[in-house]
Design a binder for this molecule. Sequence first.
Ligand SMILES: Nc1ncnc2c1ncn2[C@@H]1O[C@H](COP(=O)(O)OP(=O)(O)OP(=O)(O)O)[C@@H](O)[C@H]1O
Ligand SMILES: [Mg+2]
Length: 250
Amino acid sequence: MNGALEYRDLYKQYKSGMGARNRLVAVDKLNLCVNQGEIFGFLGPNGAGKTTCIKITMGFLKATSGQVAILGKSNTDWRVRERVGFLPENPNIYPYLNGRQALAVFGRMFSLRGAELKKRIEDVSEQLGLDRELRTPLGKHSKGMLQRVGLAQALINDPDILILDEPMSGLDPIGRRMFREVILRLKQRGKTVFFSSHILSDIEMLCDRVGMISRGRLVLDMTMSEILEQRASGGRDLEQIFMEKVGAAQ
Ligand SMILES: Nc1ncnc2c1ncn2[C@@H]1O[C@H](COP(=O)(O)OP(=O)(O)OP(=O)(O)O)[C@@H](O)[C@H]1O
Ligand SMILES: [Mg+2]
């Protein structure tokens, strides 16, 4: 395996009790390869299995079967994990820390110290337009402010691969534009970004490729240029594709 992120026959079944009726297949034999330097949009309706997949990738959940590789190595290899930045679906950072302190904690996890840590905090804060967020305890932040701090912590180690679970959620239009600019700058530097989102316009503006899952199954894997070409020749747009691929399954 030599893509940035590779899923081979990934399968996850949740068990909420005894018996077959209490089992739910959240990810169903997912095979997918995200290339290095690619911005990949992971789409799917609520409950499709996106977060489950992302949590398995990050090693927070164990797959029932199948494998995930990051940069050709097992996703549980700590050396490769150092090269990944992650934003969870609901960033839940210690509420008494202010943004600067929280970023320092995350930076230290990646062995950043002293002047280097200070410089990284300044760099990510500038990229995400953090100001009041740095001085106020996180427990007093609005949803969008927390999301910006969450994004900043995902960038603190200058990762080669970013895995973001609904990064646009709660951001105002200025925040969303800022986020898009951050992602495009990362792309220029050859980084890989894998993110889930429900905001189709952001996916269209940013992504090189789109994967769609429904009930744990991959139902579409297409480049954005293929989608745009199809639309230009009178075909369906991304919303129509979404409705066709997943609407029927709901
Ligand atoms: N801890 C759990 N135990 C049992 N079932 C779970 C658990 N976590 C998620 N599920 C179920 O697995 C399925 C996939 O959930 P998941 O959170 O991965 O979806 P998602 O695509 O991220 O949805 P959303 O767009 O709403 O964030 C859902 O049916 C959900 O109810
Ligand atoms: Mg989710």
